[in-house]
Design a binder for this molecule. Structure first.
Ligand SMILES: CC(=O)N[C@H]1[C@@H](OP(=O)(O)OP(=O)(O)OC[C@H]2O[C@@H](n3ccc(=O)[nH]c3=O)[C@H](O)[C@@H]2O)O[C@H](CO)[C@@H](O)[C@@H]1O[C@H](C)C(=O)N[C@@H](C)C(=O)N[C@H](CCC(=O)O)C(=O)O
Ligand SMILES: Nc1ncnc2c1ncn2[C@@H]1O[C@H](COP(=O)(O)OP(=O)(O)OP(=O)(O)O)[C@@H](O)[C@H]1O
Ligand SMILES: N[C@H](CCC[C@H](N)C(=O)O)C(=O)O
Ligand SMILES: [Mg+2]
Length: 488
């Protein structure tokens, strides 16, 4: 049991009707989860207004309701707490409920359009290798010093975040690396967390369905740096045109990393090939298995973060050189006989797709064909569809457009949106196969000796969501199996 008054610590209250010095059990923002003695937080959501479920929550036994608008009908046995922002209240109550676990470990948040999972996962691997107990909150999984917890969100809701941070604290975790998505910042999922560091990867086109405009998307990302305390460090990519902007109003120590601009952490690419990258990092040599210029940024960012956290430069560089890649990010599969290479990558934004294709084009010899299999998600930013199709067609020799996660949309409508972006000159290179498995099969059948197949968009995902239903689906297993059959 918890005392409601303690849960409300630091929450700015508008009006309280009923006692607060009362024992309550759990906290929920979904009326369907409420049991007797719980607290219900009514959130104005993107689809419905949680205030319409207050009566239901009370009928299920809610003892207190946190809300923005008071209902006309109120039960006498319930405490109603009116706040200015219920999302903010949820975040603070979540932290209070678990006794502010983010204060008991060193929490580092990474934001940006692309590279969050890669950066946080590499930091997790690096700190584990250097002997620390480490935690990770990422799109792929949550890790509590090796223990895997499945996740659905990049940045989960505040109750989930704080509950995992509490498990990390209980497991003695020293450092936790966490992805901070723009939805997460906007919906106050990270409010009230105590960060010792913040990192910014880059800002390009994504989620414009949710944020309305690029400026709005950019401003939301900046809010993460605005909330960092003065003891924290904030390290941003200075080759990105918004790298400095992110730090304009932060109290944190401002730092930069870049390949093309002079700043605190600098790297130069000496060699870029399928085997990995050779870099000069602040005048020291570094070899890494990570591939492509965009990964030079990711590796440099984790180096800067590790140094800011007080680690020894030589030890860090040595450990970075041993890091493996991240699942579903430029993960590749080859056949011994035909030497066909298939690359599975999570590129689901125009910039990511362009980077991956340019990386492959930069390091391949021009004799082989590059075949790209790509789709775009349903119920998400539609404006990126024609752009991604245009990029895929102009930077590949052959493209097969297919379904990603159509969610509740008609897959063929998504594909038509994509096809509309292809330049007439590139039409002959394109083909549309709606079923993703058949599209991958088609690519493998088309491939000849030494050809390269890029399967973009789903990376690590182990499902495909069609008609609102998630079915088992795994690009990596499918392509590995098809390539194995070729080997026979
Ligand atoms: C668009 C969006 O971000 N939605 C998130 C949001 O839900 P919502 O505001 O849409 O909720 P809603 O359906 O309008 O309902 C409003 C409120 O009424 C409540 N309710 C509803 C029905 C009922 O019977 N009783 C009841 O109490 C709901 O629990 C909710 O509190 O808050 C929920 C709780 O945190 C999230 O699970 C949900 O994520 C949805 C499922 C989602 O798909 N989100 C994606 C877009 C997302 O968040 N992605 C980001 C970025 C991805 C990346 O680029 O990496 C992420 O961090 O994962
Ligand atoms: N630093 C980077 N700059 C640009 N593109 C990148 C960078 N790092 C990775 N990518 C590309 O973006 C894809 C997604 O990378 P990653 O999963 O690390 O990003 P993310 O920010 O976590 O994405 P999400 O918003 O879905 O969580 C990769 O598969 C790769 O194609
Ligand atoms: N976190 C990203 C995931 C996109 C992955 C892609 N496979 C899709 O389904 O569109 C998003 O919510 O936009
Ligand atoms: Mg991610």
């Amino acid at each position: 049991m918890r005392n409601l008054k303690d849960l409300l610590y630091k929450v700015s209250l508008e009006l309280v009707i009923g006692p607060t010095d009362i024992a309550v059990s759990q906290v929920h923002f979904d009326s369907r989860a409420i049991n007797s003695g719980d607290v219900f937080i009514a959130l104005k959501g993107t689809a419905v207004d949680g205030h319409q479920f207050i009566e239901k929550a009370v009928a299920h036994g809610a003892k207190a309701v946190i809300l923005e608008d008071l209902p006309d009908y109120r039960s006498e046995n319930v405490t109603y707490v009116q706040v200015n922002s219920a999302h903010e209240a949820l975040a603070l109550i979540g932290a209070n409920y678990y006794d502010n676990p983010s204060k008991d470990l060193k929490l580092i948040g990474v934001t940006g359009t692309n590279g969050k999972t890669t950066t946080t996962s590499l930091l997790y691997q690096l700190f584990k290798k250097l002997g620390f107990k480490t935690g990770l909150i990422s799109t792929v999984e949550i890790l509590i010093d090796g223990k895997v917890v499945p996740t659905k969100h990049t940045t989960p809701d505040p109750l989930t975040i704080n509950s995992h941070l509490a498990s990390m604290r209980d497991a003695g975790v020293d450092y936790c690396f966490m992805e901070v998505s723009s939805h997460g910042i906007d919906q106050e999922r990270v409010t009230g967390l105590h960060f010792v560091g913040g990192m910014f990867t880059n800002l390009t086109h994504d989620h414009l369905d949710y944020h309305n405009s690029f400026a709005e998307y950019r401003d939301v990302k900046k809010r993460f740096f605005d909330m960092l305390p003065s003891q924290a460090f904030a390290i941003t990519n200075r080759d990105d045109k918004n790298g400095e902007f992110m730090l304009q109003n932060t109290k944190a120590r401002k730092l930069g990393y870049a390949l093309k601009t002079y700043t605190d952490y600098r790297a130069q690419i000496i060699e870029n090939q399928f085997g990995g990258l050779q870099l000069k990092v602040n005048n020291q040599e570094l070899w890494t298995k990570m591939i492509g210029e965009f990964n030079a940024y990711n590796v440099l960012a984790i180096y800067g973060c590790a140094i800011e956290l007080g680690l020894d430069s030589t030890e860090v560089l040595e450990a970075i050189s041993q890091l493996d890649g991240v699942s579903g990010r430029f993960q590749y599969f080859t056949t011994a006989a035909q030497r066909i290479t298939a690359i599975v990558d999570y590129a689901h934004t125009p910039d990511a797709l362009k980077n991956v294709l340019e990386t492959i084009n930069a390091i391949r010899t021009r004799n082989e064909k590059l075949i790209t299999v790509v789709g775009c998600g349903g119920d998400r930013d539609k404006s990126k569809r024609p752009i991604m199709a245009n990029i895929a067609a102009s930077l590949s020799d052959q493209v097969i457009f297919t379904s990603d996660n159509p969610r509740t949309e008609n897959p063929d409508v998504i594909l038509a949106d994509m096809e509309a972006g292809v330049e007439p000159i590139d039409f002959k290179k394109t083909l549309t196969v709606t079923d993703r498995k058949n599209a991958i099969k088609t690519a493998v059948q088309m491939a000849q000796e030494n050809d390269i197949i890029l399967i973009a968009g789903k990376g690590h995902e182990t499902y495909q969501e069609i008609n609102g239903v998630r079915l088992d689906f795994n690009d990596r297993l499918i392509v590995a199996d098809l390539l194995k059959q070729l080997n026979k």
